[in-house]
Design a protein around this ligand. Sequence first.
Ligand code: ATP
Ligand code: MG
Length: 195
Amino acid sequence: DIILRHALRMESMVKDLLRLARLDAGQEILEPVACDTRALIQSVVSDLTPALEGRGQHVDIAIRPGAETLRGDPAKLHDAIRNLVANAGIYSPERTTIRIEARSESSRIAIAISDEGPGIPEDDLTRVFERFYRVDKSRSRDPGGTGLGLAIVKHLVELHGGHVRAENRPAGGATFTIQLPAIRTAPAERIAPAV
Ligand code: ATP
Ligand code: MG
């Protein structure tokens, strides 16, 4: 039913716009804790399993040494990773594999989500994070999103003091990488302040 479909799209667009407005206004407070990286990623994949299985897509998760734990707000990181994995599924053909790799880089933890889809035109690699920006639909499958998902991802990641970037894989497909500052173990954080 086309009217219901439009109503649902409108609802999700309004929800995303309200969230961006709250983020812009600094109204979403970060509640960072130590998170188990695998549990975080696994919970995203579980949420998306019905949609991914429906397209015969498989998810491969690798947690490299040193990336077992990260510091962040689990609900916000869940939303960010979920957006990226959902995109990887939506913009890739059926029966492809989505790879999620968490690794430790000098002072950061990186979470990379790679797919076997069409990738992103080089000129659009930074623009896809802009509000309402969508790659020309003639170039890829168009499932009819609103172009706000990646703007929210960028906001959530930057709230953590991190970065997100898009690249094309040499073998084809896109990789989105979230980089988060590694856990700091400053003395002030370990020792309860004397009052
Ligand atoms: P929504 O707001 O519902 O998420 P959307 O998916 O169109 O809508 P974004 O998630 O912000 O919006 O993505 C912006 C655009 O970037 C998409 O329309 C698509 O053209 C492109 N894109 C995002 N992820 C991928 C990907 N993994 N492979 C290829 N293109 C992608
Ligand atoms: Mg999206």
